[in-house]
Write a protein that binds this ligand. Structure first.
Ligand SMILES: [Zn+2]
Ligand SMILES: [Zn+2]
Length: 177
């Protein structure tokens, strides 16, 4: 096992669950939704698993956008589902101003209407996947239709494939005089 790699998003890590099961996957988050935890996304899974940070070891480093990466670096980061919550506390039924730190309703300072309890709502958000490539020795995240390298201004598609230079885009096919 390679040592000295920091826990960071994109790194590959091995961790032990409460029941002793060892899992391996990519770190997609940490300290979320609980402090001291690492969210590991297993290969071919949709939802990350929460692991105690102390029970997690990084086996392959990850890179942040703009960091130096080896020549030819390319990696596909899968999308995943992230469970999130919103609401909680109290909310004004008139203007929608909420306060998540207080559960006792008060008069809304804006509308003078009594606030109502705002139950915690759960929802699942899909975090889209992306492709990471190396350009100019740095890590470039390709997401969306095109991504431009900030150093050489070459364009890549969503899949990290180099596109023709912009001067050839929509090129006319007429005769040259
Ligand atoms: Zn209000
Ligand atoms: Zn470049």
């Amino acid at each position: 096992m390679k040592k000295g790699f920091k826990i960071m998003i994109g790194a590959t890590a091995k961790g032990t669950l409460e029941d002793g099961t060892v899992i391996e996957g990519m770190i997609v988050d940490f300290d979320y939704p609980e402090k001291g935890t690492v969210s590991i996304l297993r290969h071919n899974e949709d939802e990350p698993v929460l692991i105690n940070r102390a029970k997690c070891a990084v086996i392959e480093r990850g890179y942040l956008e703009g960091q130096r990466v080896p020549k030819g670096y390319k990696r596909s980061v899968p999308g995943y589902f992230r469970k999130e919550t919103y609401g909680g506390g109290v909310i004004c039924p008139e203007c929608g101003c909420g306060n998540t730190k207080r559960t006792t309703p008060e008069l809304c300072t804006r509308c003078n209407v009594m606030e109502v309890p705002d139950p915690v709502k759960n929802y699942t958000r899909r975090v889209p996947g992306h492709v990471e490539i190396e350009c100019c020795g740095r890590m470039l995240v390709c997401s969306g239709f095109t991504t431009t390298c900030p150093y050489c201004e070459r364009d890549y598609n969503w899949n990290g494939t180099l596109l023709a230079p912009r001067r050839f885009w929509g090129e006319e096919t007429g005769e040259v005089f």
